[in-house]
Design a protein around this ligand. Structure first.
Ligand code: ADE
Length: 238
């Protein structure tokens, strides 16, 4: 099964993506499992001010990002993975909501390009153009029902969710099968059971006796019960 091996991020704040050098993602890059390019949108502007936005047609508050620099930046990113289908992720609070399932789906695209909009977003003709362009797929994605200053942090969230699922990134891949939003009970997604480690007693709080019993069948039953309880409590909360 093929999986993503190249990520390109287009932004007016490349420094926002510095955390990609750390931890699991940084290691995946230095181990050669993935390649990441971060590109400054302003490099594609031609005027002295490096303008990337303009007032909205039809009036209204705020500024809209201009299509021309975006088109050039996306074309240049696509050239970094020739012969691939490019999945263009446009970050917007109006997009499809990120879920574990969507993160899984995105691991299967060979080349992901993230377009980090700011202000009132990107002129919609950019999405429209690449939706019908050969070798492109476009997805508008939101990380939740709140409005961020721009798509950079959302890109970090989505990339972290994807990269840890890639083969070879997490040493013990069995741990991926047991975590929240992946456990399945009759097709339902559950949040994870509670975890404990040493010491056996901490500030008067004991590890449940069952986890010390060595009885794997009973432990599995207890964990499933706990996962069901936590899942239903979470659904009840507003
Ligand atoms: N840009 C602004 N808000 C966002 C959100 N919630 N998700 C993705 N991109 C965004």
């Amino acid at each position: 099964m093929s999986s993503v091996n190249r990520f390109d991020v287009i932004t007016i704040f490349p420094e926002y993506l510095e955390p990609l050098k750390l931890s699991l993602i940084g290691k995946a890059v230095s181990n050669g499992l993935i390649k990441i390019g971060v590109h400054d949108l302003r490099a594609q502007t031609t005027d002295v001010h490096g303008s990337v936005d303009d007032t909205p047609y039809g009036g209204g508050a705020g500024m809209v990002m201009s299509p021309e620099p975006w088109g050039k930046a996306i074309d240049a990113a696509a050239e970094l993975a020739p012969n691939e289908i490019h999945e263009l992720i446009v970050l917007t609070p109006a997009g499809e909501k990120l879920t574990q399932e969507l993160a899984q789906t995105l691991t299967k695209s060979k080349h992901l390009i993230f377009a980090c909009g700011r202000y009132e977003g990107i002129d919609v003709r950019v999405s429209d153009f690449y939706s019908s362009a050969k070798n492109f797929k476009v997805r508008e994605v939101s990380i939740g029902d709140y409005v961020l200053g721009g798509g950079e942090v959302a890109t970090l969230v989505i990339m972290e969710a994807i990269v840890r699922l890639l083969p070879g990134v997490i040493g013990n891949s069995a741990s991926l099968d047991e975590e929240s939003h992946t456990l399945s009970n009759d097709g339902e997604t559950l949040v994870e059971y509670p975890n404990y480690t040493k010491p056996k007693e901490w500030r008067g709080l004991e590890v449940p006796e069952i986890l010390l019993s060595g009885n794997h069948g009973e432990i599995a039953k207890w964990r499933l019960e706990q996962a069901l309880i936590r899942t239903s409590l979470r659904k009840e909360s507003p």
